[in-house]
Design a protein around this ligand. Structure first.
Ligand SMILES: Cc1cc2nc3c(=O)[nH]c(=O)nc-3n(C[C@H](O)[C@H](O)[C@H](O)COP(=O)(O)OP(=O)(O)OC[C@H]3O[C@@H](n4cnc5c(N)ncnc54)[C@H](O)[C@@H]3O)c2cc1C
Length: 411
């Protein structure tokens, strides 16, 4: 049986950045192995619904570390290999070939899988979900011969793929169960901005509509909605959210709630077993709550953090919820958690793409949504103010003549 000092299950974003950090921490040759169900080396997923979806040659940012990195540092990456069982008491992982791998310390980074919302006939050709590079390649290939695209869902994956497929010249419709796009965080004003943007770009939006399923002979021909309306479709992408990959551990004594429960050092309830990325829920020290995040920056930061802790560099994980997205020529960033907010204030012009939205509880900033056209300083200050709980002058907040640093109270 092969034995490793460090073993990672999962070859996605968390695993890739953890591997980079293990090397930073000077681990020895042959000490780290990654078990990955993927066909390619650990990667960044954001390009899969953006520039890489449009053009396969836009793959510069896909791989986190190149092949040479793993070879030079003596890291074994077992691609197309699935962990089938973890024998925690014996410190062993069994993979699909039946081989057993021993570890001293284990990092679980199994990420998320797409949610299949029970749509009828989803096995028809040209109905896709998007999580990995193979899916992105298949959608691009299908798009080359498609005319009518229907996107199910108005969240990040839905809006990003709709924008790219529209830019590729296809007729795009979106079926959105909510009354606005990006309903998880969008205020009525933000919702209106995105609705206008997508309509101006020629995307047909069907709000308050739910897909029931698909019909076609072998290949999808139409999307059937619960309202009775049908939409013609020769390509469908479903973006209905993701769920943590925890089924491997269902018969174990690993503490799992929505995700694997870890402390601020990425430690699970089992000694020498750590977890990070989309698969965990962790103590959020900024909002003093338990947090589950399904976004890139957490995978990046927490993967590195786990590797530091596993190499005996103890520090608490201090992460401010954050994500970014791009649609058409615009990008945006979201900081914090708007759920406890009482007021939303805006800077810039909400009717244009040049605005930012700021969520407050009294004069404490909880969250900020910032379009990429805004001054860079806004993102920097949003991060700092939310993290430091800086009291701000909400009366003057929307005044364009008042500079950001003049909004801080009690100085
Ligand atoms: C198309 C797309 C676009 C995105 N765009 C953005 C964006 O713009 N902004 C943003 O903030 N976030 C974005 N995200 C989210 C971000 O990519 C994820 O949060 C991040 O990938 C999570 O990293 P992870 O390592 O935890 O999980 P993953 O990257 O999903 O990696 C988990 C890996 O574990 C493997 N695995 C699971 N079980 C096993 C097993 N038993 N054995 C072996 N391997 C296993 C899986 O195959 C997978 O490779 C996007 C995600 C997708 C899919």
């Amino acid at each position: 049986m092969k034995n490793y000092k460090y073993l990672i299950i999962g070859g996605g974003t968390t695993a890739g950045y953890a591997a980079a950090e293990f090397v930073e921490q000077n681990i020895g040759q042959g000490e780290l192995c990654i078990i990955s169900a993927e066909t390619i080396l650990p990667m960044n997923r954001p390009p899969l619904s953006k520039e890489y979806l449009k053009d396969k040659s836009n793959d510069d940012e896909l791989l986190i570390n190149d092949k040479q990195f793993y070879m030079n540092n003596g890291i074994e990456v077992m691609l197309k290999t699935t962990a089938k069982e973890v024998k925690f008491a014996e410190k062993k992982v069994v993979v699909d070939s039946g081989e057993e791998l021993g570890y001293k310390k284990l990092l679980i980074a199994t990420g998320s899988s797409v949610i299949h919302p029970g749509l009828e006939n989803e096995n028809l050709d040209n109905v896709f979900y998007l999580r990995n590079v193979v899916h992105s390649d298949k959608i691009r290939e299908a798009a080359a011969n498609a005319k009518n695209v229907v996107i199910i869902g108005g969240g990040y994956i839905g809006t990003e793929t709709a924008a790219i497929l529209k830019e590729m010249g296809l007729q795009v419709s979106m079926v959105i169960p909510e009354d606005k796009l990006l309903a998880k965080f969008a205020t009525p004003e933000i919702g209106e901005f995105f609705r206008n943007l997508f309509r101006e770009k020629g995307v047909d939006l069907y709000f308050n509509e739910e897909a029931k399923g698909f019909a076609g002979r072998g290949k999808v021909e139409k999307v059937e909605m619960r309202s009775g309306r049908d939409l013609p479709a020769d390509l469908v992408v479903v973006g209905a959210g993701v769920k943590p990959n925890v089924s491997l551990f269902k018969d174990s004594n690993l503490n799992i709630n929505k995700g694997i429960v870890v402390d601020e050092y990425c430690q699970t309830n089992i000694p020498d077993v750590f977890a990070a990325g989309d698969v965990v829920e962790f103590p959020d020290v900024v909002f003093d709550t338990i947090r589950h995040v399904e976004h890139w920056e957490n995978a990046f930061e927490q993967g590195k953090h786990a590797a530091r802790v596993m190499t005996e560099n103890f520090e608490r994980y201090n992460f401010l919820p954050f994500f970014f997205s791009d649609v058409f020529e615009y990008g945006y960033e979201f900081f914090g958690d708007s759920s406890g907010a009482k007021t939303v204030l805006y800077r810039g012009d909400v009717k244009s793409a040049d605005f930012s939205a700021w969520w407050f509880d009294e004069n404490r900033l909880l969250a900020a949504f910032i379009m990429s056209s805004r001054p860079e300083e806004e993102g920097k200050m949003a991060r700092e103010w939310i993290q430091m709980k800086t009291p701000l002058d909400t009366d003057k907040f929307e005044d364009p003549d008042v500079k950001l640093d003049a909004l801080v109270l009690n100085r």
